[in-house]
Design a protein around this ligand. Structure first.
Ligand code: ADP
Ligand code: ADP
Length: 239
């Protein structure tokens, strides 16, 4: 059974303007899939439909055996812990430390921030350190996030997304605010850590070269429609 199955998805924000039209695809556990397309193609909207930050107009999204469009409150919580999010602008809490930001990911962003470290067990803190070590930033664990470079902040963003032990991570333009060197560091880490932990990855990118370098498979979106879906080397051969 596929991990994610999208069937006949249509999405409009306004009644007569379709942002996504008849989207169909399946993703298997362990795949690293890039979604590429120009700005406005509908990439962010597609990710937001998958974790139900927005509602679809038509079609079905299945995450394992969960029907994303038809969930109890409890099942929606389960969906959100099983799907991690990584954002272009990191979305960290600037005045909190690295370790606090990572642990905060366990709460699903819904708790007060006072004394956050005290709310976690040693085991949970060790888990956060394990991820920070993997990502090469455990030395910065007690620095405030606003003292870090963009590339370091995005590594914190990755650790925060992974602390819930999700099955899937959705990455919305994770390197769009970074220079080429930091972009490479981030993509290398994202690929290595998700493959080691067997986490499936869906990554929105607008750089075709990066998508070809890192992904097993590429989905091309243009004006809300899938215009390509296949192994990344098929795009290299066409060049
Ligand atoms: P991409 O991520 O590929 O840049 P988006 O999904 O952000 O594409 O946007 C696709 C289209 O949907 C764009 O025309 C955008 O202006 C529109 N759009 C995105 N979010 C909203 C929203 N919340 N309300 C109305 N229109 C939106
Ligand atoms: P990004 O560059 O990350 O795709 P955008 O600048 O397109 O972000 O969008 C930023 C925010 O504005 C998003 O939350 C998106 O949903 C919203 N948005 C984008 N386009 C529109 C639109 N045409 N109308 C209303 N909201 C929009």
């Amino acid at each position: 059974m596929s991990l994610l199955k999208v069937v006949g998805l249509d999405k409009s924000y306004h009644s007569n303007f379709r942002v996504l039209t008849d989207i169909n695809f399946e993703v298997d556990t362990g795949e690293f899939v890039s979604i590429i397309g120009p700005s406005g193609a509908g990439k962010s909207t597609l990710l937001r439909c998958i974790n139900r930050m927005v509602e679809v107009n038509e079609g079905k999204i299945l995450f394992g055996d969960l029907d994303v469009g038809n969930l109890s409150k409890k099942a929606l919580r389960k969906l959100r812990t099983n799907i991690g999010m990584i954002f272009q602008h990191y979305n960290l809490v600037p005045r909190l430390t690295v370790i606090e930001n990572v642990l905060h990911g366990r709460f699903g962003y819904k708790t007060t921030l006072q004394g956050i470290l005290g709310k976690f067990t040693e085991k949970e803190k060790e888990h956060a350190f394990f991820l920070l070590e993997k990502l090469g930033i455990s030395d910065h664990a007690y620095k405030r996030c606003d003292q870090l470079s963009g590339g370091q902040q995005q590594r914190v963003g990755i650790a925060r997304a992974l602390i819930q032990e999700p099955k899937l991570v959705l990455c919305d333009e994770p390197i769009a605010s970074l220079d080429p060197n930091s972009s490479k560091v981030i993509m290398d880490h994202l690929k290595a850590i998700t493959s080691e932990l067997n986490i499936t990855c869906l990554v929105n990118l607008h750089q075709v070269d990066v998508a070809i370098n890192y992904s097993d498979r590429i989905i091309g979106l243009n004006q809300g429609e899938i215009v390509f879906d296949g192994p990344s080397q098929m795009l290299t051969e066409g060049r």
